[in-house]
Design a protein around this ligand. Structure first.
Ligand code: FAD
Length: 454
């Protein structure tokens, strides 16, 4: 059986709470979640969940609760998932139907967070208004000391840094690695670690908004001549596409709300500093002006949006390892990515499931936690890093960019973009995490096998 040890988890977003739920299944692990905010919150926007992630949520026993808050029911059948439509012109043109094996389930984020909160067992401790500033480690004792911004401290055996894209755990981890490299005279490595701390701007801004479906219905009734289609829970979501821009529209909250995500890319600005705040509420006029000349249906939908916001989409720079002693990164702190594969939170849930499987394994003890975390990192880093890359590639396809194709003129070849998207994205519905889990457990078991005496 696994030795009993105290684990601390911090940052209570989707990644941290998924980790807490997954770890709490092991009665000998004491889980504490330290959240900087005064309560758990999620941005009021939509989130998509692919079959690969759904399977893990089902393993965690969350499937019934999640199924009850979505009008779209999970299926393993082949289904229509998106209609791709060229829409940066007076009359839109459907050019591709993306089909996937299993549904992209669509939720209102706060509902998903609530399901995770509802499934935290009473023995999992949660603390609010606890902003982690830094940590120190006593490697001989296998303890991590957490230092919070109010000066308070806590001690644990494992720290999981699930504190999002501006992670203080990542900052401390890379600063430590830099100092260690410098102390060995490896000055280039020391410099490189420091440069990996900050996220980089992808050149993409995302406009996010919700629309009460009734509001769009009222607009449609007032403008019958426009033939606006109201997104329904049983209709296939439409992705409206134009040069370097795509707008995803789908219903959530059992059809009461419509989620809008409009992504605008300036690839030449990727890697530069975003000028201004990363998140800002904007007037609806800015949203409309950004889609000037697009087909009337999309403009009508955008007109009904309230309190839209603009997000500068940043990504975490890929790391070779997410581990420092008994500390590991998870979710956006490790691999924040552009949202164009609807997979950032999904990857956080994959991290959480695999890490919990290893920490809860009968062979895991306080003495080998670092080894266990390294197995987690070795197995997960290549997967999440590839998804980060694929997300950017999807973004480019969604913006109608495909090498050798002039999408402004060659409309009869637009289906090639759809085929490229399927090839780049089908891992999300055609593969599972199971092989990674088996591989990680096998590595743990091999690492603990007594060596044969020669
Ligand atoms: C426009 C957009 C659309 C997206 N769509 C999808 C999608 O459809 N599907 C999908 O899978 N992903 C999607 N994503 C990505 C997804 O939102 C993120 O990857 C995911 O929310 C990351 O979860 P996390 O728990 O790692 O981090 P976060 O959600 O950022 O949570 C971090 C938590 O840690 C807390 N915290 C921060 N600092 C500290 C500290 N110092 N001490 C203590 N607590 C701290 C924060 O308050 C927060 O509660 C999208 C992202 C964007 C921007």
């Amino acid at each position: 059986m696994a030795a009993s040890y105290r684990k601390a988890d911090h940052g209570g977003g989707i990644g941290g709470l998924a980790a807490a739920v997954a770890l709490s299944r092991f009665p000998d692990i004491e889980v504490s979640v330290f959240e900087a905010a005064k309560e758990f919150t999620e941005v009021g926007a939509g989130i998509g969940v692919w079959p690969r992630v759904w399977k893990l949520l089902a393993y965690l026993g969350l499937d019934d609760d999640l199924a009850s808050i979505s009008a779209t029911k999970p299926t393993q059948d082949e289904v229509d998932t998106f209609i791709f439509r060229k829409a940066d012109q007076p009359e839109g043109l459907d050019f591709y139907k993306l089909r996937s094996r299993g549904t992209l389930l669509r939720y209102h984020r706060p509902d998903v967070l609530q399901v995770l909160i509802d499934n935290l067992p009473a023995h999992c401790k949660t603390y609010f208004n606890r902003r982690l500033q830094t940590y120190t480690q006593d490697r001989a004792k296998g303890t991590v000391q957490l230092v919070f911004s109010d000066g308070s401290t806590e001690t644990c055996n494992v720290l999981i840094g699930s504190d999002g894209i501006k992670s203080s755990v990542r900052r401390t981890m890379l600063t430590n690695k830099s100092e260690e490299a410098a102390s060995k005279g490896k000055l280039e490595d020391a410099e490189r670690f420091m440069q990996l701390i900050e996220p980089t701007w992808t050149g993409i801004v995302a406009y996010r908004a919700l629309i009460p479906t009734q509001r769009l219905q009222d607009y449609k009734d007032a403008h019958p001549e426009m033939n606006i289609r109201i997104p329904q829970t049983n209709s296939t979501p439409i992705m409206y596409m134009g040069q370097h821009i795509n707008v995803v529209v789908y219903p959530i909250s059992s059809g009461k709300l419509i989620n809008i995500g409009a992504f605008h890319a300036k690839p030449e600005l990727a890697g530069t500093n975003f000028p201004g705040p990363w998140v800002e509420t904007i007037p609806n006029d800015e949203l409309l002006a950004a889609h000037d000349g697009w087909e009337p249906e999309l403009q009508a939908i955008l007109r009904c949006a309230y309190t839209p916001s603009r997000w500068a989409v940043h990504m975490a720079q890929p790391l070779e390892s997410w581990v420092d002693g008994n500390v590991a990164l998870l979710g956006d702190s490790a691999h924040a990515m552009s949202p164009q594969q609807a997979s950032g939170a999904g990857q956080a849930i994959e991290d959480a499931y695999l890490l919990a499987t290893l920490l809860g394994h009968r062979l895991t003890r306080i003495e080998n936690i670092n080894q266990v975390l390294n197995i987690y990192s070795d197995v997960r880093v290549p997967v999440a890093t590839e998804v980060q890359h694929r997300s950017l590639v999807n973004g480019s396809y969604f913006g109608l960019q495909l090498e050798g194709l002039d999408s402004t003129r060659e409309h009869d070849r637009l289906h090639e973009i759809g085929d490229a998207v399927v090839e780049n994205w089908n891992w999300a519905w055609a593969t599972t995490l199971d092989p990674s889990i088996s591989e990680a457990v096998k590595r743990l078991e091999a690492s603990q096998r007594p060596r044969a005496h020669l």
